[in-house]
Design a protein around this ligand. Structure first.
Ligand code: PA5
Length: 444
């Protein structure tokens, strides 16, 4: 049970003494988290969330999910960044990346407001046609442009198709408990609201209503998800050289100091694709600052062995690889012998396909380590709710410790404002007139 750090493929890249040498710094990072006196200490709510979450709201989330499952064919989830990735990642990890095609008794779930693409929005509107739709709009600030724009469109769509009164019971807003345009609007319109706690940043919010309502609507067991996270909280908050979460954080930092600038998260299950995206946001926004940080990248193998494989094996030696090894696949497929053996593949027959996938993984790890790419294995028994809860907490805690080891504030994101300022100026938002002229000159 749990997430296990397996460093056997780090031999030749990290010596055990190096783990001992960095351990005092891990102790400091741990102490900052526990005493809540490190940078960003206003945003440590995630650390005890699996134990301290709002039980009354949790009950309301389950009731709202039951209603949505009963009265909706489609749930449109509107949000971006931390207000989107965790929910989608969990649903795909638990229900599969083909969830919208395979779901029989639960609504299809479409995610919008995560881009400004009109083509994408029109496609989702087309998917909603003739269906019973509910909307969960998620924005901690309540002012983010992408989801606000998408919400405008879906609010009107709902009100036009079912009328304002019926729409009122089909809109669920997840936002700040008191502040922001969305909260004001929700109160004025009488929509059911859920809270993004003040002390939980967007990218750490999957185990709040932000993630839990959509995840529950996909028929996932959110009690088990939280139980898994609580078990991980007990395991990975312990100060010990054997703490797998801290060993992972330490290994990342040791490799960074040895000149590695990219962590390549790899998994052999396509259902993990969105978990990779969630990981990239978590670590990218937490560590990429002050001109420092490992760049988080990701691959799904064996798919990407046919695109990125060449570079990983033989290109610039920038990266190390972290493989999430899911020991038991969600489903298996027995490969039967073919009488004609027309493709010469009978040597693969009479066994489950997962065995072939595992051999592909083992062979690839050996090839990549031979090619100079250090390899970390994170072993997980299976992708069920409990193990996913453990994995989410494992990564969140590892990310916080990694950030402190790096000497940055892992809980702010000052860099994401720059593009917004430019976009607003170029679009002529009142108050941005001076920047507009300057930027337009640069674009000419
Ligand atoms: O992690 C973060 O803080 C960001 O990715 C936010 O989640 C994202 O920008 C969306 O913000 P909001 O929920 O305020 O709309």
């Amino acid at each position: 049970m749990g997430v296990r750090f397996n460093g056997k493929h780090l031999a030749g890249f990290i010596r055990e003494e190096e783990f001992s040498a960095i351990y005092p710094q891990v102790e400091v990072a741990h102490a900052l988290l526990e005493a809540k006196n490190g940078p960003g200490n206003d945003f440590l709510g995630w650390a005890s969330l699996p134990r301290d979450y709002d039980k009354e709201e949790f009950g309301r989330i389950k009731s709202a999910a039951a209603k949505i499952m009963a009265d909706s064919d489609v749930l449109v989830v509107i949000g971006i960044g931390g207000s989107y990735l965790g929910a989608r990642a969990a649903i795909e990890a638990l229900r599969g990346c083909m969830y919208n095609c395979t779901a029989k008794t639960t609504p299809q779930i479409f995610f919008v407001g995560n881009s400004i693409s009109p083509a994408y929005l029109r496609d989702i509107l087309a998917c909603c046609e003739g269906k019973r739709v509910s909307v969960n709009v998620i924005s901690k600030s309540g002012t983010t442009t992408e989801p606000a724009l998408a919400f405008r469109i879906f609010k009107k769509y709902l009100e036009d198709t079912v009328g304002k009164e019926e729409a009122r019971g089909r809109i669920y807003a997840t936002t700040d408990k008191a502040r922001g345009t969305l909260k004001q609007l929700a109160d004025a319109e009488g929509w059911q609201t859920f809270v993004v706690p003040d002390d939980v940043g967007g990218r750490y919010s999957v185990l709040t209503a932000v993630g839990l309502l959509p995840i529950a609507c996909a028929g996932c067991d959110i009690d088990s998800l939280m139980a898994g996270a609580a078990a991980a909280m007990a395991d990975y908050s312990r100060l010990s050289p054997e703490n797998d979460c801290y060993r992972y954080a330490a290994a990342r930092n040791i490799l960074y100091r040895k000149g590695k600038s990219v962590e390549l998260m790899a998994c052999y299950e396509p259902n993990f694709t969105l978990m990779n995206e969630w990981y990239k946001q978590l670590f990218g926004e937490s560590e990429g600052k002050d001109h420092k940080g490992l760049m988080p990248a990701s691959v799904i193998f064996s798919t990407d062995l046919h695109s990125m494989g060449q570079f990983v094996q033989d290109g610039a030696r920038l990266m190390f690889e972290t493989v999430v090894d899911i020991r038991e696949p969600a489903q298996d497929l027995f490969i039967e012998k073919s009488a004609e053996n027309f493709d010469g593949l009978n040597f693969l027959a009479d066994q489950d396909m997962s065995v072939v996938n595992r051999k592909a993984m083992e062979g690839t790890i050996l090839a990549h380590t031979d090619g100079g790419v250090p390899n970390i294995l994170l072993e997980v028994d299976r992708l069920d709710e409990e193990n996913l809860g453990r994995l989410i907490y494992f990564f969140e805690r590892a990310c916080a410790v990694s950030g402190y080891l790096l000497g940055v504030n892992p809980f702010d994101q000052p860099g994401v404002e720059s593009y917004k300022k430019n976009m607003f100026a170029l679009l002529g938002k009142p108050g941005y007139e001076a920047q507009k002229a300057e930027l337009e000159a640069k674009l000419r």
